[in-house]
Design a binder for this molecule. Sequence first.
Ligand code: NOJ
Length: 763
Amino acid sequence: MKRLYLLGLIAGLTLQPVAAEPSSALLDDKPAFIANLIEQMTLDEKIGQLRLISIGADMPRPRMLDALEAGQIGGTFNTVTRHDNRPMQEAALRSRLKIPIFFAYDVVHGHRTIFPIGLGLASSWDLDTIATSGRVSAIEASADGLDMTFAPMVDISRDPRWGRTSEGFGEDPYLVSQIARTLVRAYQGDSPAAPDSVTASVKHFALYGAVEGGRDYNVVDMSPMRMHQDFLPPYRAAIDAGAGGVMVALNAINGVPASANTWLLQDLLRRDWGFDGVVLSDHGAISELMRHGVARDGREAARLAIKAGIDMSMADSLYREQLPGLVQAGEVEIGEIDTAVREVLGAKYDMGLFHNPFRRIGSAADDPPDVNAESRLHRKAAREVARQSIVLLENRDRTLPLNKRGTLALVGPLADSPIDMMGSWSAAGVATQSVTLHQGMLEALGDDAVLLHARGANITDDKQMVEYLNFLNWDNPEVVQDPRSPEQMIAEAVAVAERADVIVAAVGESRGMSHEASSRTRLQIPASQQALLKALKETGKPLVLVLMNGRPLDLGWAKANADAVVETWFSGTEGGHAIADVLFGDYNPSGKLPISFPRSVGQIPTYYNHLRVGRPYVEGKPGNYTSQYFEEPNGPLYPFGYGLSYTDFDLSEVRLSSPTMTRGGRLQASVTLTNTGPRDGATTVQLYIRDEVASVIRPVKELKAFRKVALKAGEAREIRFDLDDEDLQLVNAQLQRVVEPGEFEVQIGLDSQHVKPARFTLR
Ligand code: NOJ
């Protein structure tokens, strides 16, 4: 029988543990089991549970094992194999109370099989597809002994200068909330205790995507109404879907860092939203409270964080150093420590670790002989998801799809760069296992055509930028410069292009350019690549741009000059196959933008659901004293929800089941969608609501429903949406979600700008 121990009195630093028999009957009663365990813990053991340690970075491995045996660690992150995790779990189980640890990792868009980055997943507008990416991630991560993922990342971003825009799902609260819910369920499966589930830790709570100026780690200053209306719903959706964890953001919110923010973590998260999982800090966030200037020293930082409600301190030193003294001095109550410990133990209980600490680690005999084996990948799923994430932005004179005949030229620094295919946060993905566009096109063409290839340009010729990108957290320098001069490289590419019937140029950003700490002031494709594109354009050959990037770019030149433009984001392990599928028409593109593309940096923020103003700009109407920029066209270059297909779709006028809706009632809005073009294809029908008059100003429109529909060439289908009160809610000046009677407009379209309207009255 397992040995447990009992403490005579309430835990304290000086008390000695006394051996006792455990009550295994308690194991099936979570609250009793955890209460019983807490009663037996010393203060030191309790504080140990509150520490989340990065393997290697925070502590050398041998010391780690000692600390685990001493019960000084609650969980770890950054290991990715059962073989690595097993000795750590064994060490934890040699600790006095044998409390297992959990293993976490940033499995953000795939674990070994890498799926498209967040913006790509969102571009599919297909929740089943997104669920596939999450389920496969959970299966692969749990098979590597992981219990928790630091995902989904649901920060709404409306400022593409922010490098982490790439990780999120775009600008819209409704779409991002749907994805948040979908991914939590996909990661956690039927229960976070299942051996093939991982606990979702939604991040970054809260509002990280709204950092001022898009500069990473900057402050967030936001009205409460905007928070509740636009930025908080995705976190809420993840929590309501049962996310077991919340990771707290690094930014301050209206003057108080999130990590010390009792309003955020106590009032909103625990009291109003009823969250009962574990709250984690982000990396080193507690010591950063000193740099924020709200804590004089480490002691004060630890006190603020534990009191605010940070249960676990990531990359901790301060909880361990400071909490004992704070408790002894009576500045932190033992009850406050116990509350945090209860959440950590509760999460472990929910992961099933008390029932079986090796639930996901398994036995050594079953370890995969080669963790990177091809057989462990889910390539088919990755290709299907990646195809759906690709957005066709331009297709002049039906340049695409390309023929698999003749001679094609493939140029650009991203045409054959396996590491960039994966995008940032590529977990345990192996670059050499990702299919580049060059490989994908070669395979698709076989012997039917000739594919010429030249690099044409470096990602950038800016030495400082290269140094910065290679300095970031990567194991090896990722941005590898071709030593030839730009002129030599362009000349080679032009020579290749001149021998070809069509040019495919793979250009954009290296993956590190759209990452944490990678904020940009410019959104253009870097100058080295622009020079290449201009030279290619001068050949007069049809020019197809395949973009790889992690944020909306300024695509003015591309729109005016390229014959076709395909947004592929960073499309993952099977990206090269998926892009080739689209280029050659083996898959008809169906992606839609989850974020607006501004015309220039000066237009930021550009988002479709902006609030109404007293002097709105009206397109086509001359006149000043309206809300506009006067030296370039207003509105986005490519709007939210936009994306073309190789076929054409037509939408009928909107039909409403009634001109009125009563409170508590329902209304049906329907359209007929017809595929009028030459091919089978899929598109996403989007429903927006405009509230005509309300007690507070309202967005010009808001997405409230969408449906991805596949139609055969010539096929027509009626698409019906059911609306109810919830779709008409607003956040009023008292921050209550209410429904106000009055006039509404339903708008249905295939993007956010080109819509068919119909009006109704809510009584
Ligand atoms: C810092 C990042 O902000 C967060 O997203 C990530 O989960 C942690 N580091 C752990 O890697």
